[in-house]
Design a protein around this ligand. Structure first.
Ligand code: SF4
Ligand code: SF4
Length: 151
């Protein structure tokens, strides 16, 4: 008897419409999407972390990591609008399946590391040139003073 009941259920399910619907590839109209970071541009300044009202973002300058807790994010866009490097955006696409759902940590990319090193090199060169210019000006001042005193 049970077998007959089960066969009926199987046949019914085979010829009826699915009760679930396929995951939509695009976000429905009116939703804001989720925050993504272009790690080639992020400089770990922490502005997004300071602006986030729900403390969904953590920036570690020493470790060079940017972490978001998607479940805490309320999609307010404050981080996106206040990022000085414009590397944050709201992506209107569902995230790929994976284990990193509660905490997503992004690391500094090689491109960003090289750009940071280049910036430091340029800053050091400028500081050195400024120090040399100051020393030169000071020497010229002292020479002029010595000349003026007639020695
Ligand atoms: S505000 Fe932008 S550049 Fe600064 S840490 Fe956040 S994502 Fe990176
Ligand atoms: S969108 Fe708003 S809540 Fe979400 S991480 Fe950015 S600042 Fe925080």
């Amino acid at each position: 008897m049970a077998m007959i009941n089960m066969t009926g259920t199987v046949l019914k399910n085979l010829f009826s419409k699915p009760v679930t619907r396929k995951t939509e590839k695009e976000y429905p109209e009116g939703t804001r999407g989720h925050v993504v970071n272009d790690m080639d541009l992020c400089v770990f300044c922490g502005a997004c972390m300071m602006r986030c009202p729900s403390r969904a973002i953590t920036v570690d300058r020493n470790e060079k990591t940017w972490t978001i807790h998607p479940m805490s994010c309320i999609q307010c866009r404050a981080c996106v609008d206040n990022c000085p490097k414009k590397c944050l955006s709201m992506e209107k696409r569902f995230t790929e399946p994976g284990p990193d759902k509660l905490t997503i940590t992004c690391h500094q990319t090689e491109k960003a590391r090289l750009a940071e090193e280049e910036m430091k090199r340029i800053a050091a060169e400028k500081a050195k040139a400024a120090a040399e210019a100051r020393a030169k000006a000071e020497a010229a001042k002292q020479a002029a003073a010595a000349e003026g005193s007639g020695t």
